[in-house]
Design a protein around this ligand. Sequence first.
Ligand code: MSP
Length: 648
Amino acid sequence: MEEKVEKTFYVTTPIYYVNDIPHIGHAYTTIIADALARYQRLKGKKVFFLTGTDEHGQKIEKTATEKGITPKELADRVVIRFKELWQRLNITYDYFIRTTEKFHEEGVQKIFQKLLEKGDIYKGTYQGWYCVSEENFLSEDVPLQPEGYKICPDCGRKAVLLEEESYFFRLSAYQKPLLDFYEANPQFVRPQTRMNEVVSFVRQGLKDLSITRTTVKWGIPVPGDPKHTIYVWFDALHNYVTGVGYDWNTELFQTFWPADVHLIGKDILRFHAIFWPAFLMAAGLPLPRTVYGHGWWLKDEAKMSKSKGNVLDPYLILEKVGPDPLRYFLLREIPIGQDGSFSHEGFVHRINSDLANDLGNLVQRTLTMVVNYFNGSLQEIGQEKEEDKKLARLFEETRDRVYALYDDYAINRALEEIWTYLNAVNKYLAECEPWKLAKIPETRPRLARILYQAVCAVRASSYLIYPVMPETAEKIWAFLGEQKKPGEVLTSELNFYDFRPDQKINRPEALFPRIDLKEFIGEMEKPKTEDYKASKLEAKMEYISYDEFKKMDLRVAKVLTAERVPGTNKLLKLQIDLGSEQRQIIAGVADSYAPEELVGKEFIVIANLKPAVIRGIESQGMLLAAEIEGKAIIPFFDREIPPGTKVK
Ligand code: MSP
């Protein structure tokens, strides 16, 4: 394996179980990942951000049976919920992996086979207490109850005694290599307290791990021995490599693997900090740089659970305040490693004081003064005074500290630094009192200078805020008439004075309306039924007339040649025969079809669609396909048809 190319960043979230709809806990990890991904892109890095769903195993099988549907149907439904939530939270993942995807299943089987051949996996018999809900055999040290059974320490449910023929992973052989690895890589598990937990656990000795089940049907079959399915955690953990090209896109894999950081909840630390590196060592793959175990969100100090009915519904919060306040609150309130308690009071207070007051008012006041006093564009700016220079210097110091904190995944401290700075800007304005100077014509240059400093401070700070609150940053840029988009202003290029004084500023709108606590609590307590949520997923039907339909020139096309578009995973370049002419089209079907599979095939294209340039290549038409989970499935004909035949 080549050394990982510099200038890349690969971040992952856990893949979420599909037996439940997303809640605030899932949103938390995904928002952290998104903020880090956005920040790293601002640094000019090539970023890969992977999230997705964990769809196999007994728990999913059980929930699906209870609902009277197949596990795959259950997964298909819940995946929509996750994707919708990520969209509403402005999550910029690069790929959403589902463990039921073929390439993942094949990748896992390949690795299984490899370890089997190597002797790191062997066949034996397993007997142990198994928790159906956690998909996990309990560790041996869980005490037996007087009634003769064990209780799962994680969920409090009764475990069942299972004995079965099983394949084992030789985890015991990796105790020493793991301990050596932890010692050489003290940043592998963060925060430090979690690293200590892991080390002391591994020091106590590791037993071989049963990694197949005969009792579970809904799983990836063991290659060559299909009565066994692969244990859901062995399956799931490998998403981090299959999702980034392992065994299907060497270039992608070599560019991004090993991951820079796996973000996870502290409850799944052992899987990620012990099993996962051991699996990777066995497979001869490089190990991730960091596993960051974040804390647990509680509701008013209590654990959230469906039975208590205190699970926070992110949709409700989003409906009321939009994505940025939620993103801000979750990232600002606690350091990534600690537990946090979500209370409506705490949430509303933070939004009102930090967002509505400190940031919102600053932006509003500053820009409104520029519009009111200078018609939106500052002229004849006076000389810089010491306090003006101080504001610029303070920004530069803040910026460097904020970057160092983001680099260290200390997002809450980065936000603290930004807010300390915003308060310094508010103080500067309070002391300079531009609204008083506005009444004295002779002090106009001084007034312009003060406002210029404040505008520069607002603009520059917006780039620091962007990873956490992208919509807010974009609104500020729109007020400022800022031409550059993130990615164009790299972190290395962010300077206080990079704003042309005469740049026309637009009248700002309020960024964060103040929230009334009582009203907020009332709305949060409104129960939202499943039906309500489901109805929101349905698209509204809009009819078109037959005449409108007739405008489309649909034709049968035959594929002459097909090749991948370099640098993309989805696109194929096809030369097609349309009877009277040949054309080139670009089609996003590479997820489902290899180029050679398509040659000679016939399908329907819209021949009169305006040509478009996709990835620098002209596409003269579009083929029709069904889309399932982002993958295109082409409808083919049941007999051969002359190319160019009209379809109507
Ligand atoms: N499918 C496994 C992960 C496999 S990764 C290879 C899983 N899924 S999960 O849906 O149950 O949980 C996913 C993540 O959500 C976990 O990291 C868990 O810690 C996190 N959270 C679930 N509830 C949470 C809170 N209340 N607060 C913070 N995070 C919590 O585990």
